[in-house]
Design a protein around this ligand. Sequence first.
Ligand SMILES: [Zn+2]
Length: 197
Amino acid sequence: MPKWTREPPAHKDLATLPILRAPPRGVLVGQLTSYEMVGCPIHWWRGRSLPCEDHKCPACQNKVPFRWKGYLGFWQPAQSQHSLLEIPAAAADTVADFRLQNPTLRHAIVELKRVPEKANGRVLLRIKPGPTDAKMFPQPPDTERLLAKIWDLPAITADDTIFRRTAPKIKANRDGFSQNLFVNADNDSNLAAPNSQ
Ligand SMILES: [Zn+2]
């Protein structure tokens, strides 16, 4: 029998956030809510994203390739929408370099688009410091726990010694944005189509 109630439960589950990717067309603009990026290698396996755990992972055993994906809390004030932004490795380089030059990612303004403008276009990411005085600004997401919930895995936390990188490879443009260069082929076209999570 279902446990019917007349009221919503007092203790809610960990609120989940939608996963957002660069759209096929147009520019996605928002502000980061995370202090740090977190990412891991992901397989597209049996119709869904599956994080690669180790060499015993079923996707690896079936020689399915993986790609590293980075995740960031992403706030779109116009829509009051808080999401987990998923970005490919080349775009994540820009974020990591920006983080080296700034004390935190939180509040940074990010613009994403695809070049060319189609679902498998490469993701161009631009990032610059943003205002810190917004009245409504969400708390940073507990990204690892949220993803573990979405992937139906036990929660684990990233190793925090991630900032081993030395010299940033990027410089801000005159308009204040840093952006990734397309130095290597990297896109997420062999993974989930946008919004197929
Ligand atoms: Zn694997």
